[in-house]
Ligand binder design. Structure first.
Ligand SMILES: *Cc1c(COP(=O)(O)O)cnc(C)c1O
Length: 237
């Protein structure tokens, strides 16, 4: 095993331990939570090493990276978690099975056409803004995206009615300078309203390296982990 593979194995062990402990603390079964490795900025050799260690789900936030790495590892389930321009929909539909960041009706239309053209079914999560839980200071910083909680059901109806798409649940990023627990508790309420209209939309994608425990405490079914698994990212030029 290469040094890097050893390093990834150690990181993965620690991450699995954190997830297990969080599940125990929340009174949940470990298999209720799927680990999605966010491999953005890291080479495809890292993706392959993670796959060798048993990782099945991988996520990218840029179409440019997704289309380079995914063809190398077609047996993995690829998730798209970043802001998505409609014109990149075809490529994302080709390589990903799940889009976590659906945030507007025009993107629903574009993804639907793309999924139909690719002859596949694309699972769509609605990205929900939790800015209301952030501090006033944080609100002046970069927006973390997503639709207001009050707009979720309308967007869900659009997804449910679109060919090639299925409504899968919700995704969110906790706002900076907030208590992630409060934010994720709010997300859980949004998720449960969604599920009462769309019973199959039972995924809650929440929790990153800094807040996975709070996310699991509040019902996350998918945690998206980058740094904890792969280490510090150097920004792409
Ligand atoms: C980068 C990224 C993550 C992973 O964040 P870490 O803090 O590195 O675990 C999760 N979700 C999204 C949407 C991201 O862009």
């Amino acid at each position: 095993m290469t040094d890097r593979a050893e390093e990834l194995r150690g990181n993965l062990e620690q991450v699995q331990e954190r997830i297990e402990k969080a599940c125990q603390a929340a009174g949940r079964a470990r298999d209720e939570v799927t680990l999605v490795a966010i491999t953005k900025t890291f080479p495809v050799s890292d993706v392959r090493a993670l796959a060798d260690l048993g990782i099945t789900d991988v996520g990218e936030n840029r179409e440019q990276e997704l289309k380079v790495k995914a063809p190398d590892c077609p047996d993995l389930t690829w998730h798209f978690v970043g802001q998505l321009q409609s014109k990149k929909s075809r490529s994302v539909a080709k390589y990903a099975s799940v889009v976590h960041s659906v945030d507007r009706p025009s993107l629903v239309d574009a993804l639907s056409k793309a999924a139909v053209a690719e002859e596949k079914s694309l699972r769509c999560l609605i990205q929900v803004s939790l800015a209301a839980y952030g501090s006033a200071d944080a609100a002046t910083g970069a927006s973390r995206g997503g639709v207001e909680p009050s707009d979720v059901l309308a967007l869900a109806a659009a997804i449910a009615g679109a060919d090639g798409l299925e409504i899968g649940g919700v995704m969110a990023v906790a706002p900076l300078g907030s208590d992630a627990g409060d934010a994720f508790a709010g997300l859980r309420e949004v998720a449960s309203r969604l599920r009462s209209e769309h019973p199959g939309a039972d995924w809650i994608s929440a929790g990153m390296t800094g807040d996975l425990e709070a996310a699991i405490q509040h019902g996350a079914t998918h945690v998206r982990l980058g740094r904890a698994l792969l280490g510090t990212r150097t920004p792409l030029g």
